[in-house]
Design a protein around this ligand. Sequence first.
Ligand code: UD1
Length: 364
Amino acid sequence: MTKVIISGGGTGGHIYPAIAIANALKEINPDIEVLFVGAEGKMEMEKVPKAGYPIIGLPIAGINRSNVLANLSFPRKLIASLSEARAIIKDFKPDVAVGVGGYASGPLLLAASMMGIPYLIQEQNSYAGVTNKFLAKKARKICVAYPKMDAFFAAEKIKMTGNPVRKDILEVKSKRDEALKHFGLDADKKTVLVIGGSQGARTINEAIDAGLTNLVGAGYQVVWQTGKLYIERAKTTASVFKGQVYVSDFIYEMDLAYAVADVVVSRAGALSVSELCLAAKPAILVPLPTAAEDHQTMNAMSLVNNDAAILVKDITARETLVKATIDLLQDVEKQAILSKNIHQLAKPEAAKEIAGEVLKLIKQ
Ligand SMILES: CC(=O)N[C@H]1[C@@H](OP(=O)(O)OP(=O)(O)OC[C@H]2O[C@@H](n3ccc(=O)[nH]c3=O)[C@H](O)[C@@H]2O)O[C@H](CO)[C@@H](O)[C@@H]1O
């Protein structure tokens, strides 16, 4: 029986591509056994079991760049994680491993390499972080979603697949009625979906909070995902708009959220961008300015340069975001252009292609 370990996580942008790869593997062969390895206390420990897969957590943490003292325990955690990763591999006996980025992929893939297990890396962004650059040296294959990744990785290992996206997001057109019912919304009104990435986005939350009366007053309804930190405030603001604003810290049914949306306001995390392409949604992107090497702006610009999305900078979002949203909601022609152009950038076969590459490594 074929056995695959998938490692990594930290945020939704790493976890959901990992789940999409696992699902694609299972679709090729339901007998393939998949084990996830994540980091203790991180988001994957909750989200992966919800998607139906077993996960083991390593005691690993990241390097804290703002507080040097917080890193004193890092070497101990790394050594403990490495030894645990070796034990997991010895016990599970995978034929191949996959790394999707995030803390756990470091020790797991390092152990895999020491134990002669071939591995593949999936890089979601247009910029490669330190860990993936290091792990790339021993990787057999690196699946990417952006051009010019040979700036970080050996060209002969790179395969351009796009980011793997959960299958239920591939088919959102037919789900509008189900989605309206799910979110308790009105079929006769246009809807804006506000998503701040897997953790929520402070600037977007503050802009929506201040402009909610204008949005609802203009006749629109809102699905607003806030992240954990803003949920209580958002609930208070939304409480006067019963039946017109749906608020949640995290949305599990993202397919329904995209299905109900006429316009989307979002951060520009790599997976959000890939999903918007597949769902063909007119979008206003507000890149997180502190993302490494400003990669969310690069992600967003890859769409904006193709007239496939609108960019609102984080620094001006509090003043301009709600107005830009209402303008787009009113401009049906612009919505159609954005929707057509963003859909052309979609890569619906990514998960399947990556799963194929994973299985090829076993045969080699
Ligand atoms: C702060 C941070 O580190 N951000 C990074 C993180 O973003 P982040 O984790 O926010 O990732 P993305 O925008 O790439 O993806 C978010 C994922 O979570 C899902 N989702 C989100 C909200 C929700 O309520 N429900 C839900 O299921 C989305 O559908 C998507 O699959 O990983 C991305 C991919 O490596 C990077 O580009 C981002 O810069």
